[in-house]
Design a protein around this ligand. Sequence first.
Ligand SMILES: [Zn+2]
Length: 297
Amino acid sequence: MLRLGIDLGGTKTEGVVMDATGAILQRERRPTPQAEGYEAILSTVCELVQALEQGAGQRCHIGIGTPGAISTRTNTLKNSNTVCLNGQPIHTDLLRLLERPIRIANDANCFALSEALDGAGRGEPVVFGVIMGTGVGGGIVVNGQIIEGLQHIAGEWGHNVLEADGPACYCGKRGCVETLLSGPGLARDHSAHGGDAALDAQAIVARAAAGEPAAEATVQRYLDRFGRALATVINILDPHAVVLGGGMSNIERLYSDGRDAVARHVFNDELRTRIVRNLHGDSSGVRGAAQLWQAGE
Ligand SMILES: [Zn+2]
């Protein structure tokens, strides 16, 4: 049976139909009607499934990547930055609406799965997939299987506290990795150190590359934080590969100066872990959602 993946993002919802070789046969994209609320989002998912299956000419296995995770306590979604989804029994509702078994996973776990199976981490036994964009997330894949963990929070390094006196985070703590390594986090840090508050992360990185001292200092702080934050994960998991995704993964220096910063902070005399950019780009999440089903299942 063909596999159909849906990536339920904060601004867009994307779906693909994938064949057994991993080739994408169909692709559809809709805006996520976040302002209209939960029911509208469910309808969008169902419409996408209908359109994709019509194009594919058959009923498919369905995997869905969502922001946040299904709470093992309440069976409802939690920790989602698409806040209207929080507290909703999305898995149960989609089972009912789509009338078949559905596999659901956190979007960062889908990213990690895709990159571990046939992306930049292909062939590596232990892969830590990292998303650094408007937020910071992560997922762990071991021998081709997502490690969800007892409480479905495995890999969520974005809410490890990196600097106890750092910026307030929506999760209630201060100085979470996300508040410092996300794009908005880098921009906030630049303005907190006297930089232009109108600049976004991309503009600050460009100015640093052009030799502007204040922007360079911000990028240096960012790279050092990246090193400290990722070293704590590597000290626990010791993965073979760390695959970076999200908008911030386009910062070239993460793979040179950032890697050196990780090596300085990791508990070893060398850093053998590969730190690499994702292969599938924006498609990793939706590919991983489809790959929640194995080819031939
Ligand atoms: Zn937090």
